[in-house]
Ligand binder design. Structure first.
Ligand code: GDP
Ligand code: MN
Length: 378
């Protein structure tokens, strides 16, 4: 689960990490009255959306007076940033920047530990730095029995700063960030950028946090901040219909019976060079209404270019499934190619029923997946 920058900054402030404080505003009027309450003229107007790269998208702007601030607030409110509509902005004190750094704690599955990641190349897109110049990102694996003692925090601080005064400020920030990372069951706590001001103060001017969904049951306060995205709402709706659905963002929509088979199907798509649009387990059923609902769910995803239906007939018979599919597709209009692989009980009968229809049929999973990837035209 993600939270907004202003919410993450609230948590940072509680743990004593220096931030540039501000006001959250839902309208231009809100922003004007907040601006009047601030004692410095130079402010930064920041879109609050649950995605990164706001700066690049024009969602972070500096203003030096009411008129500029009002204009920026008006432009940014309502803006579409990667599909997220901005409904609130953070109006914060603008800081002077001498240098920008990257700092994060993240759960790393490769080292099976928490990593402290640091870079002098802050402010910019860190994924890009990782790709182009990975040597510029320092990674320190944290031993959970040792944590972040002073010596380690200072050692980390020296990777970013030369002056001991700044190293001390940074070390204290790392320790606080690690503490809050642990105590909130976060999977990511990121500061990008952590800045050095001309008067040599080290401050977090951005804050990003992601939490482990499986720990939310013991994080009441964080759970209360949950704002489902359109995709998450869709997942919840799918759940209420008895499906287990996860949006993945690729182009090949998958409809599969059984979670294990669904996972394997996604692996196979990847293996043949495609990208699954979703995980969808429709359970053990050939019920046409269920197929229609599942199909509607898949087709509501605008990125889907091909649908791959992979059914294993165990107790469910393949001919029943084929009949269910035919009935369902009588009611669904779509130009999207549909690949069907049926195997198991009565598979020959099932395939015979689909012969001569608009469906692309396959016997093996490999054949079906290759077909789907080909039809997706990568
Ligand atoms: P992001 O693009 O979504 O990560 O948003 P950030 O909060 O990181 O802001 C993007 C960039 O805007 C930063 O890297 C800074 O260069 C700039 N910026 C943000 N806040 C301030 C500020 O208070 N003062 C100045 N001078 N620049 C800022
Ligand atoms: Mn940032």
């Amino acid at each position: 689960m993600k939270i907004h920058e202003y919410q993450a900054k609230d948590i940072f402030a509680k743990y004593g990490i220096p931030i540039n404080a501000g006001y959250i505003c839902h309208s231009v009027e809100d922003a004007i009255s907040a601006y009047d309450r601030m004692d410095n003229d130079l402010v930064v107007v920041k879109a609050q959306v649950l995605t990164g790269g706001r700066g690049k998208a024009g969602g972070v702007k500096l203003a030096k007076d009411t008129i500029e601030m009002r204009n920026h607030a008006a432009t940014i409110l309502g803006m579409d940033i990667k599909g997220y509509i901005v409904d609130r902005i953070l109006l914060a004190k603008a800081e002077d920047i001498e240098a920008e750094y990257y700092v994060s704690f993240v759960i790393d599955r490769n080292t099976k530990s928490t990593l402290l990641m640091l870079s002098k190349e802050g402010g910019v897109d860190i994924e890009e730095v990782a790709r182009q110049t990975p040597e510029k990102i320092h990674k320190i694996a944290i031993d959970p029995t040792i944590g972040m003692p002073d010596y380690l925090a200072r050692q980390a601080g020296f990777l970013l700063f030369d002056d001991i005064k700044q190293v001390r400020q940074a070390a204290s920030i790392f320790q606080k960030l690690y503490k809050l990372f642990l105590e909130t069951d976060a999977s990511l706590a990121e500061i990008n950028p952590l800045i050095l001001t001309p008067d040599k103060k080290v401050i977090a001017i951005d804050a990003k946090m992601t939490f482990d969904d499986n720990a939310l049951y013991r994080q009441e306060k964080i759970k209360a901040l949950f704002e489902p995205t359109e995709e998450e709402k869709k997942e919840q709706k799918a759940k209420s219909k008895g499906f287990s659905y996860v949006h993945l963002g690729g182009e090949i929509g998958c409809m599969v019976n059984g979670a294990g088979l669904a996972m394997t199907t996604m692996d196979m798509i990847k293996l043949y060079g495609g990208n699954p649009a979703n995980f969808l387990d429709i359970g053990g059923s050939s019920n046409p209404t269920k197929v229609i609902e599942a199909m509607k769910l898949l087709l509501s995803d605008k990125d889907v270019r091909v649908v791959l239906i992979n059914i294993f007939g165990g107790i469910t018979r393949c001919d029943d499934v084929a009949n269910g599919l035919l009935q369902a597709f009588d009611q669904i209009e779509t130009d999207i190619p549909i690949v069907i692989r049926l195997t198991g009980t009565n598979e020959a009968e099932g395939r015979a029923l689909l012969k001569g229809t608009k469906f692309h049929t396959a016997e093996t999973m490999g054949e079906a997946t290759r077909m789907a990837v080909e039809l997706a035209n990568y």
